[in-house]
Design a protein around this ligand. Sequence first.
Ligand code: C5P
Length: 219
Amino acid sequence: MSDARPIRCLITAGPTREWLDPVRFITNPSSGKMGYAIAEAARALGWTVELVSGPVALAAPEDVELEKVVTGEEMLAAVQRRFPKCDVLIKTAAVCDMRPKQAAAHKVKKDAISWTVEFEPTPDILKTVAATKQPGQVVVGFAAETQDVENYARKKLAAKNLDFICANSVAAGGAFESDHNEIALIGKDGSLVRIGPASKTDVARELIAQLAPHLATRA
Ligand code: C5P
């Protein structure tokens, strides 16, 4: 290991969209604020930051390499391309879990809409990429749940081969679109650090500070 270059950090943020036809999609209310705040906090520590973002209404953070994507497949391709060179992946994005089995090539006329839509799962980006993790690479997931948050988060940590997971309650509309957040950072060794409630800026700073001692630049 060498400290010759800054930590290279890959972050995903925002929602993804899955198209029913060229003018209709399904998604979720993720604003991208948490991921963008993490990108800024990592940059402020001097890290090299790559941000893969779904569609959000936020300005690109300064000095961050931003790649905009729309669908889960596009986010998967971007993360797979960038991950091998990164020391840490922080996967904040709220990936849309489902997509229509068939997307129409042209706008479906109102009188031709089928009121029953069959869905299929989108690729689990985090699980796919964490399976390719090399020694020294650290992978951090987020677990947004409305109940039994820490329990589900621990299960996800193991199932997806993660080093850390941020358990994040989204009950009663918390977290999504908000400027504030509260997370529990759980490590694969069982450690638990509570961060917040605080502004997403402060939560991001504390999260990066907690992760920093576990990271090293790889040769
Ligand atoms: O399984 P669940 O969706 O709750 O897991 C959340 C974590 O997994 C987040 O870090 C999210 O970015 C990631 N994820 C993903 N690809 C999916 C679904 C979730 O990378 N299709």
